[in-house]
Design a binder for this molecule. Structure first.
Ligand code: ZN
Ligand code: ZN
Length: 304
């Protein structure tokens, strides 16, 4: 771990390391979730050959969801500290420009020396003892509210309304929504829309993949039920013509079947021994099985 930390400095921080592993785990889960279908679902593979646009559309949504995940995960939620810096810097530039235009610049050795004096801006613009951010935040609260009520007790910055300190990020966030552990990021003013798009895309992807799984498992489960109710094995179904004692038996005759209900009962409850063996039906029994089904057979529950 120490060697990998020296190669990748981002792995040195435990919080960043766990966030990175979580992202890798989520991407892996997505790949496995969709990959299983493309590896084992014969119906989907066949559909991909016939209608490639269908799979292309699915893969497009898959990639877009992962891209949106990283975009939402890596984008800033809008930290109060960054906003404060931006406001103060902007006003410092404004203050510099204002002072330069008001004061005569003197030239010394060919260089312009600019004297900055914020107090000359007057209390009408910034106030002599408070920063631009403090003034801005104070104006957002009703008059009479004390500065102590909107100052964060953890990072000591002045919070505008709707901002909150996130204990996971250890920063104050503008329009704090929540801290998403799956993204490893806060959701706030800066990335709320991206997060919403990610949720939409992820929901659509899960729904689509779920439908693909249902259709895949439906065929699989239907076949498994059919085998149980007719007392057949997959091998007997697939290789029927190669098994010598089944070769001459008509397709719709199931030689080991004892009726639907008894087959089901035997499959679920009557397996007293794993070594119980079944005999082949006699020719007379096979003839009886081959006889066409009548309505009376069904009413009399002959095949139950
Ligand atoms: Zn804070
Ligand atoms: Zn957070």
């Amino acid at each position: 771990m120490g060697r990998s930390c020296s190669m990748f400095p981002c792995l040195a921080d435990p919080a960043r390391r766990s966030s990175l592993f979580l992202k890798m785990a989520l991407v892996t889960v997505h790949l496995i979730y969709a990959g299983v279908l493309f590896l084992f679902d014969g119906g989907l593979i066949e559909k991909t050959r016939k209608e490639p646009w269908y799979t292309a559309l699915y893969l497009l949504l898959f990639v877009a969801t992962l891209v949106q995940y990283f975009v939402a995960s890596l984008s800033s939620p809008g930290y109060v500290l960054d906003a404060m810096r931006a406001v103060n810097e902007r006003d410092a530039v404004y203050r510099k420009t204002y002072t330069t235009s008001k004061q005569p610049a003197s030239s010394k050795n060919g260089n312009f020396i600019v004297t900055l004096d914020g107090s000359q801006l007057g209390s009408s613009l910034l106030g002599s003892n408070s920063t631009s951010w403090s003034k801005l935040v104070a104006d957002l609260y009703p008059p009479g509210t004390t500065i102590r009520t909107w100052t964060c007790t953890y990072c000591n910055v002045e919070q505008p309304p709707r901002a909150k300190h996130c204990h996971d990020c250890d920063k104050c966030v503008l329009q704090f929504d929540h801290h998403c552990v799956w993204l490893g990021n806060c959701i706030g003013q800066g990335n709320h829309c991206r997060f919403w798009w990610f949720i939409c895309e992820e929901s659509a992807l899960c729904l689509w993949t779920g439908i693909l799984y249902i259709s895949y498992l439906k065929a699989y489960i239907s076949r498994a039920c059919y085998l149980i109710l007719t007392n057949q094995t997959t091998y007997e179904l697939v290789r029927r013509r190669r098994i010598f004692y089944l070769r001459g038996i008509p397709e719709r005759v199931y030689p080991f079947s004892k009726g639907v209900c008894r087959n089901l009962y035997n499959f679920c409850f009557a397996r007293s021994s794993i070594y119980s063996m079944e005999r082949l039906p006699t020719l007379q029994e096979l003839e009886e099985m081959s006889m066409p089904h009548t309505c009376w057979d069904v009413v009399a529950c002959r095949y139950c």
